[in-house]
Design a protein around this ligand. Structure first.
Ligand code: PMP
Ligand code: GLN
Length: 394
């Protein structure tokens, strides 16, 4: 075969940056501050719940929509944290991580030719799944203001909507910028969805990682949004078990039924015993969630201080696992290609980071930015910072 066998609509998607950078970290024995995965296990009692489920013989296919324990735990969690009511039998669907939930939602709801509005920088699977569905994306930039807080221009968001727009994808807390959308911003997005009769697809996998006393605001809680929102989350980040891939979707029975129709032919089901374990995690007391965010906030502070000290221009994240930092003050702005630079970082100083440029359509906006993950043990963060400092000094 002489030509590229990959379908045309996927040809612009190479290997995801996370796989590339994690392999690079292993190959070069670098400190891996790239892919967002903790280097320690989550709560032991959650792991014990998975082990107990395996020992109890919960090892065959779970029901298509997920085991009742998980669906009820998700519904209780929605009520407890956001005062939202979802029927665990008709309005909750378990998925293979948020990743499958996003893919199934796009495939179920978007016709070829439809448009989906995304904020850029965007998590890479959004663009790929929009393309798989034969739809196209319209991006609205998030740009830092004078204080380094990422914002969108309401006029640009409005202008991105056309009569072909089917949905807006709304990710808060936002990967990679760490932005937590404010009440005002959330209300504005909701108002536009209603005005233009759009579906909102929300990615809330970092819902429990909001810092400095901020609150996470699900878009579905806005007036008029319950009937038009597909709310997606997952247990990977909240319980530090990213490899288990237990996610879920909450929506109306009609939207859930649509997403389920696509989902059943992607994985059918996954992770039976882990569904019980994440159900256990979702029911843990408030103290767990508070201690988790406190620990991650301290790590954020550490990495922000370290990167600043190393000479980066740092955008302090309001949530998530990640801090974005501009390398231009260290290496200059000209002739700087973020992807090449990230690929050379192990050689320069033995650290792996993710180049934000891969999350932009307007490449210039992210050209000199790197994303560093702080969901790591303190000594590793310290070592990473120490190594990055040597680069500034050279
Ligand atoms: N959305 C965002 C914004 C993410 O950062 C990630 C990475 N965990 C995902 C979705 C995928 O989540 P999961 O691992 O549950 O598939
Ligand atoms: N969400 C993680 C990140 O942003 C990675 C997940 C993945 O590798 N697909 O780093």
């Amino acid at each position: 075969m002489t030509t590229n066998p990959l379908v045309e609509r996927m040809q612009s998607f190479g290997t995801t940056i996370f796989a590339e950078m994690s392999s690079l970290a292993v190959a070069t024995e670098s400190v891996n501050l790239g892919q967002g995965m903790p280097d320690t296990d989550g709560p032991l009692e959650v792991a014990e719940a998975a082990i107990a489920a395996i020992r109890d013989g919960k090892n065959q296919y779970p029901p298509l929509i997920g085991v009742p324990e998980l669906r009820h735990a998700v519904a209780e969690h929605q009520k407890r944290f956001y005062a939202l009511d979802f029927d665990p039998d008709t309005e909750v669907l378990a998925t293979a991580g948020a990743t499958e939930a996003i893919a199934a939602t796009m495939l179920a709801l978007c016709e070829p030719g439809d448009e989906v509005v995304l904020f850029e920088p965007y998590y890479d699977s959004y663009a790929a799944t929009v393309a798989l569905a034969g739809a196209s994306r319209k991006v609205v930039p998030l740009r830092p203001d004078a204080e380094g807080r990422y914002e969108f221009d309401p006029a640009e968001l409005r202008a991105a909507i056309s009569d072909r727009t089917k949905a807006i994808l709304f990710n808060t807390p936002h990967n990679p910028t760490g932005k937590v959308f404010t009440a005002e911003e959330t209300a504005f997005v909701a108002a536009l969805c209603i005005e233009h009769d759009l579906i909102a697809i929300t990615d809330e996998v970092y819902e429990h990682l909001v810092f400095d006393g901020r609150v996470h605001r699900p878009l579905v809680a806005e007036p008029g949004m319950r009937e038009r929102t597909v709310q997606i989350s997952s247990g990977g980040k909240t319980f530090s078990y990213t490899g288990w891939k237990i996610g879920w979707v909450c929506s109306t029975p009609e939207l859930i039924s649509a997403v389920r129709t696509a989902k059943q032919f992607l994985t059918y089901v996954n992770g039976g015993p882990f569904q019980y374990a994440i159900a256990h995690g979702l029911r843990m007391p408030d103290a767990y969630f508070a201690a988790f965010v406190e620990d991650m906030q301290a790590k954020r502070d550490m990495l922000v201080a370290g990167l600043t000290d190393a000479g980066f221009d740092v955008f302090v994240p309001e949530g998530t696992y990640f801090v974005t930092a501009d390398a231009a003050p260290i290496v200059g702005h000209d002739d700087f290609d973020g992807l090449d630079f990230a690929r050379s970082l192990p050689e320069r100083c033995g650290v792996v980071a993710v180049p934000n440029v891969v999350f932009y359509d307007n490449k210039e906006l992210g050209r000199t930015l790197l994303r560093f993950a702080f969901c790591k043990q303190v000594p590793l963060l310290e070592e990473g910072v120490r190594r990055l400092r040597t680069m500034g000094a050279s």
